[in-house]
Design a protein around this ligand. Structure first.
Ligand code: URA
Length: 313
C-alpha cells in the first residue's frame, strides 16, 4: 500500500508532519538510498527503506478505514470455520489487517466499516456514543401509522425495550412497504426483531448510513478507503465528550425522498447488484449498473477513492 513519505515519517514518531516535510525538502531523507526532495512522494512502507540523515525510520502500520458494500450471502467475519463466503474475500486487496466494526447479517446488504483502529471500532458500536445507523427495509404488508409510532417509541423485545428510532415510509405501499429506519443501538437482528414483533416479515435490509459514512453509489461487493474527511469524522466519534442529541434530531434528510424510484416497487437508488456469493469473487463488483433513474456516473470503480490514513502519534 502506497503512503506519502511525510506521513510515514510522522507516523514513526520521529517528527511532526510539517517537520517531516521540511526534512524532505532540505534533502535529509533517502528512500532506498536515494535522496527524495519531492513532497507527496509515495512509498510502500512494507518494502521501501527510509532513512533520515542515515538513520533508519521504522514504519508503523498505517491506520486504515475501509467502506465495504456488503452483498447478500457473505458472513461478517474475516474467517469462517464453515467455509462460507466471508467479507474477507471482498477486501482481499487491503493489505493491512482490518476487522469489521459490528456486523451485518448474512442476508443483510449495505455499508460495513472495517478498520484496524480499535478505539474507533469500539466507539462506533458502544451505545454510549449513539452512532446512528440507517437501514432501508422492505417488509411484508403495509405498516400502519400506529405501528410506525410504536417502532419510533420503542418495541418490547426479549432483551428489553428498543431506544427511540426514526422511521420514514416510502410512498403508498400496496403489498409490501419500504421503510427507512435509523437506530443507534446495535442489538442482534434488531431490525428484524422490531418488525417481526409487529407481525411484519423482513424481506430485505440495506444499511445506507453508518455514523458519518454514506453508502452512496458504492457498488455491491466493492470496497474503498475512507476519504480524509470521513476518517477525521470517525476519529471524532472517540473524542465526543457529550452525548449527541437524540437519534430523532440527528436523523438526516430522508433518503427515501432523494432515492425513491419512480414507482414504489423496489429499493431506492442503491447499487445492489451483487457479484455471485462465491469464494473467488474478490472486490470485482464494478460491473454493477446504476439503478434506473440514477443521475450518477456509472461504472466507476471506487476502490481506493480515499487514501489509507497514517496513525498519528
Ligand atoms: N438488524 C438486523 O436485523 N440485521 C442486521 O444485519 C442489521 C440490523
Amino acid at each position: 500500500m502506497m503512503v506519502r513519505l511525510q506521513k510515514v515519517i510522522a507516523a514513526s514518531g520521529i517528527a511532526s508532519r510539517r517537520a517531516a516535510e521540511t526534512m524532505i525538502r532540505d534533502g535529509h531523507v533517502t528512500v532506498n538510498g536515494k535522496v527524495v526532495r519531492v513532497l507527496g512522494t509515495c512509498i510502500d512502507p512494507s518494502k521501501d527503506h527510509v532513512k533520515i540523515d542515515g538513520r533508519h525510520v521504522q514504519p508503523s502500520e498505517p491506520e486504515v478505514f475501509v467502506l465495504l458494500h456488503k452483498p447478500l450471502g457473505y458472513v461478517t467475519t474475516m474467517d469462517d470455520p464453515y467455509g462460507r463466503p466471508t467479507i474477507a474475500d471482498l477486501v482481499a486487496k487491503v493489505k493491512v489487517r482490518v476487522f469489521p466494526v459490528g456486523r451485518l447479517d448474512y442476508d443483510t446488504e449495505g455499508l460495513l466499516l472495517l478498520t484496524n483502529n480499535g478505539n474507533v471500532a469500539q466507539a462506533c458500536v458502544h451505545p454510549r456514543y449513539h452512532v446512528p445507523k440507517t437501514y432501508l427495509v422492505k417488509v411484508s404488508g403495509v405498516c400502519t401509522e400506529e405501528e410506525i409510532q410504536n417502532l419510533e417509541d420503542g418495541i418490547a423485545l426479549d432483551d428489553g425495550m428498543t431506544a427511540p428510532a426514526v422511521i420514514r415510509k416510502s410512498g403508498k405501499a400496496k403489498a409490501n412497504s419500504w421503510l427507512e429506519i435509523t437506530i443507534h443501538e446495535g442489538r442482534k437482528h434488531q431490525i428484524k426483531r422490531m418488525l417481526e414483533a409487529l407481525g411484519h416479515r423482513v424481506m430485505r435490509i440495506i444499511r445506507i448510513r453508518f455514523g458519518p459514512l454514506d453508502l452512496g453509489d458504492l457498488p455491491a461487493g466493492v470496497s474503498r478507503f475512507a476519504t480524509d474527511v470521513e476518517a477525521n469524522a470517525l476519529r471524532g466519534i472517540v473524542h465526543r465528550t457529550t452525548k449527541p442529541r437524540n437519534v430523532r434530531a440527528q436523523a438526516p434528510r430522508s433518503d427515501l425522498q432523494s432515492l425513491r424510484p419512480a414507482r414504489d416497487t423496489g429499493p431506492p437508488r442503491v447499487r445492489t447488484t451483487s457479484p455471485p456469493a462465491k469464494k473467488d469473487s474478490r472486490s470485482k463488483g464494478s460491473k454493477a449498473r446504476p439503478a434506473p433513474g440514477s443521475a450518477r456516473r456509472p461504472g466507476r470503480v471506487v476502490k481506493g477513492r480515499g487514501r489509507p490514513q497514517t496513525r498519528k502519534g
